[in-house]
Structures are given as C-alpha cells and as structure tokens.
Design a protein around this ligand. Sequence first.
Ligand code: ATP
Ligand code: MG
Length: 235
Amino acid sequence: MIRLENIGKRYQRSDVLQRIDWRIADSAFVLVTGRSGGGKTTLLSIMGGLTRPDEGRVLIDDVDIWRLSEPELAALRNRKLGFVFQFPSLIPTLRVLDNVLLPIAFGGRSPNREDREFAGSLLAMVGIADKEKAYPSQLSGGQQRRAAIARALINRPSIILADEPTGDLDESTEAEIMSLFQNINRQGVTIVMVTHALDYAALGTACLLKNQQLFPYPAGPSPESAAGEESRHGE
Ligand SMILES: Nc1ncnc2c1ncn2[C@@H]1O[C@H](COP(=O)(O)OP(=O)(O)OP(=O)(O)O)[C@@H](O)[C@H]1O
Ligand SMILES: [Mg+2]
C-alpha cells in the first residue's frame, strides 16, 4: 500500500503539488495524466523516494519513507520499487543483459548465474530475448523501453513507477507495452503509470493532475451531485 498524505512541492516558490492525498492499494493499476509541466514526474519521484517533498508524508507499506536515512531509503527503493523513467536511461556502454542486471549491483551484490537466467527470462517476457548481447544503441526506441521495463523488474519489486513508458511509440508498440504492463500487474505488481495514452484508462484507475491536485479521470459525478445537486459540467 502506498499512501500520500498532504504532499506539497514547490520549485522557486511556485507550487507544483499542493495537499495531495492519495492511497494506492496493493496490486492496483493507476494511470496519471495531465498537461506537460503539471507535476506528474515530480509526483512519481516523490512517491519513489527520489525527490523530497516540501510537505507531507509518503508511506510505503506503512514506512514513512522520507524519514529514512539515505542508505535506508536507497535500500527500500532497490528492494520494493522498479522505475521506468520518462527518458531512456540505459547505460550505452553495457550490453542489454548487463543493463537489466544493474539494479542488482546497486543493491550491493554481484549478479550470479541465477540472476543472469532471470534477466534472460525477463528479456524474453518483454519480447527481446534476441537482444541480450546487443548494446542499447543497436535497439529501436520500443526495444529500449522493453529493456528498461525488464530492468525495472529484476529485483522483483512490488511496485513499478513508470513515467510515460510508451511516449514516442507508435500505436501498435504502445498497445504491446500496455499489455505487458497489464500482465505484470496481473502477477500482483502495483503499477503507477504516467501516460497520455488514456485509451488504456480502463486498465485501472485513472487520475488527472491539474492545478497542483489529483482528480478522478474522467470526472465522475461527485457524491454531492449524485445526491441531487445540479451536476457541474466542464472543468
Ligand atoms: N529540479 C527542478 N528544479 C526546478 N523546477 C523543476 C524541477 N523539476 C521540475 N520542475 C518544474 O516543476 C514543474 C513540473 O515538472 P514535471 O517534470 O513534474 O512535469 P510533468 O507533468 O512531468 O511534465 P511532462 O508531461 O512534460 O513530463 C515544471 O514547471 C518544471 O519546470
Ligand atoms: Mg514528466
């Protein structure tokens, strides 16, 4: 379970996030959309222990992550979270398989044979088993995304934070990657995804980040309007 309580963040005195409260149940699939510059990446990185909020708390399985020491936080990130970043972040000088194994080294141990086999099976799952020995520059954009997804799964995280994992991809590759995430989610992994691909909103629960706050998307009738008040149209 991920809980955000009263999260606030500002940069140069301008508010990016204000009083955000949010609960994400285990095994949920949550999509976040909103305009460019609206704070989606900031929100994801606060949840993921990468950007410290100015206000509020983030609890992951009841641990108040921003009260941990830096090494404790790094260990929690490494153990529980898998990140798929907005911009391709494979290491160009490492082969694809070694890129996938990288979080194991960050966790402080050398990958063993079992890790290599698991990395190979993840590459097969994301559909690029034949690219194990290739370098990132030898992969298409979609294949690089797939490798980054495999890397996010190597430590068997319970939560994946994915920031526009299908950005710049054609529709059919996007559909394939979305169904990949759906399969991962069916195995019980919580997924929080920033995306503009809201054709896929039905995969889970969608939210709109707007005016520094989160709203259900598409906006449904509020409990008050359901109780008889005139419904308000538009935003
Ligand atoms: N490290 C930083 N220092 C200063 N300002 C920042 C920093 N990171 C983000 N911002 C600002 O915070 C706002 C939100 O940025 P963020 O990257 O979270 O938006 P986003 O919703 O992910 O946008 P996009 O859809 O373009 O990726 C922007 O105005 C951005 O300029
Ligand atoms: Mg962003």
